[in-house]
Design a protein around this ligand. Structure first.
Ligand SMILES: [Zn+2]
Length: 242
């Protein structure tokens, strides 16, 4: 049983390393996706701001055109004032000119607002483009580093997998299958028993059973969490004296 426990200890250590590798192999690609997504979001907001800017500029051109047309019609109406015969007609035309001038002052105000809006959007586009170019550089660096890291981790993972296979071949198939079943369920399948307590679940181990753990006579599982029990002191003590 001693050899089996020793192999199980190594196997457990290897499995913990493998799990950490798996976590990283899942995390790094997810982070890469996150950075790519952040860049896409920024590109999208630039695209939207440019679109909005385009709309505002078009609107401003249309307002300017209307203003120019109105100014033209005022000029023509003012010329017509000299040709008018009756006071009633004169009064009507004066009223029309006054109304157009009033509309024009509104249009001028609107052009100013549209100009300010266009300037605001131009600033926003510039700021976002600057941010994008900075982030592109920053993220490109991280993404490249991650890609290297992923390759490296994949290599290590394969090596560790090979080591696990070798170690597993040293174990009896029964013990191995129990180990794998508990590991999948509880994360770790091996627990040290200290002072008649299972360190995996903190429950008491009956003295009789604990004695079997100490004597290494057979495989002992915790009655509560079913982890395979071993006594750390026996192994560590041996390692120190050896
Ligand atoms: Zn337990």
């Amino acid at each position: 049983m001693r050899d089996q426990i020793t192999a199980l200890e190594s196997l457990q250590q290897l499995d913990l390393e493998l799990r950490e590798l798996e976590d990283n192999l899942e995390r790094y690609p997810r982070e890469v996706l996150y950075y790519k997504h952040e860049l896409e979001k920024l590109e999208e907001s630039i695209r939207k701001a440019k679109e909005e800017l385009d709309t505002v500029k078009k609107r401003k051109s249309a307002t300017e055109l209307r203003l120019a047309q109105n100014q033209d019609s005022i000029k023509k109406a003012e010329q017509r004032l000299f040709e008018i015969k009756t006071y009633k007609e004169y009064e009507a035309l004066q009223k029309e000119i006054g109304e157009t001038k009033r509309v024009n002052s509104e249009l001028e105000e609107r052009i100013l607002e549209e100009m300010e809006e266009a300037e605001r959007l131009e600033r926003l586009v510039k700021e976002n483009e600057l941010e994008l170019s900075q982030k592109e550089q920053e993220y490109e660096k991280i993404i490249n580093e991650h890609a290297l890291k992923i390759d490296e981790l994949k290599g290590i993972y394969e090596i560790k997998k090979g080591e696990k296979k070798k170690l597993a071949s040293l174990l009896s198939p029964d013990i191995l299958s129990i180990y794998e079943r508990i590991r999948k369920k509880n994360g770790v399948a091996l627990a040290s028993a200290r002072n008649e307590v299972c360190t995996g679940c903190n429950m008491n181990i009956p003295p009789q059973l604990f004695n079997e753990v100490l004597t290494l006579s057979k495989m002992v599982q915790c009655p509560n969490c079913h982890r395979i029990l071993y006594c750390e002191e026996i192994f560590n003590g041996e390692a120190q004296t050896a």
